[in-house]
Design a protein. Structure first.
Length: 232
């Protein structure tokens, strides 16, 4: 609509690099290579130790191959091509874990699971295993129940019906919360958690972040009729 005002925000990074890592292993599958390229440039700029593994089905379908051959860090890149029989072996790539190593992965659901399972098996702690989804993975059979949002700052209770999200309930009550994907992927609707047991249904928060935050467009009270106190 002509004249419509469009609201924008500063960029939000939900896949940040830990620049204190002693070694960083980047593992991208398919188009999941894109954040890895930005991370590789940054790691090179700060003189960090890193490797980048790029998994693709075939060279013909792979993006960025030319791009990855050009930077000064191209010798740190290994391309794994399924139809050439050079599929990545996460168990081998992630072996020999030492304190301070971090692994980052982005790609299809099964690919990321294989990477993270191998990382966990080799001793990478939770805070050293990082992932970013770019589409919603298969979901468990969630049951929706009504619950109550308690707004700590404004001392209000907002009922959330079984067939609506917390963001819907807030909007219905005139409380604006920024929403983008509504799928629990982008993190835009992240809110501080004051108290309450949560069924976290997002794909963006780390376990550590979930102790103090929740994603309002997807997550709900863990129990029917539960009270979730949030920092609003
Ligand atoms: S709007 Fe994207 S995670 Fe909620």
């Amino acid at each position: 609509t002509e004249g419509r005002r469009v609201f924008i925000s500063k960029p939000i990074n939900h896949f940040p690099l830990d620049e204190t890592a002693t070694r960083t292993i980047l593992m991208g599958g398919g188009i999941g290579i894109t954040p890895m390229i930005a991370m590789a440039h940054r790691l090179d700029a700060i003189g960090a130790d890193f490797v980048l593994h790029y998994s693709v089905k075939s060279r013909a379908l792979a993006g960025y191959l030319d791009h990855l051959a050009q930077p000064p860090w191209s010798d740190r890149v290994t391309v794994h091509v399924s139809d050439e029989g050079t599929r990545a072996d996460p168990a081998r790539i992630l072996s020999g874990y030492r304190d301070g190593w971090h692994v980052y992965t982005c790609g299809p659901d099964r690919f990321m699971k294989a990477v993270l399972d191998a990382a966990e098996k080799h001793g990478f702690p939770d805070q050293a295993r990082h992932l970013e989804y770019f589409s919603v993975p298969d979901l468990p059979e969630y049951q929706n129940h009504p619950f109550t949002l308690r707004l700590a700052r404004s001392d209000r209770d907002i009922p959330v019906a079984a067939d609506e999200s917390a963001t819907d309930a807030l909007a219905r009550n005139g409380i604006a919360v920024d929403v983008k994907c509504s799928d629990g992927l982008c993190g835009v609707c992240k809110c501080g958690l004051v108290s309450g047991a949560i069924e976290h249904r997002d794909f963006v928060l780390s376990n550590a972040q979930r102790a103090t935050s929740l994603i309002l467009c997807q997550s709900r009270a863990a129990r029917p009729g539960g009270i979730v106190e949030i920092d609003l």
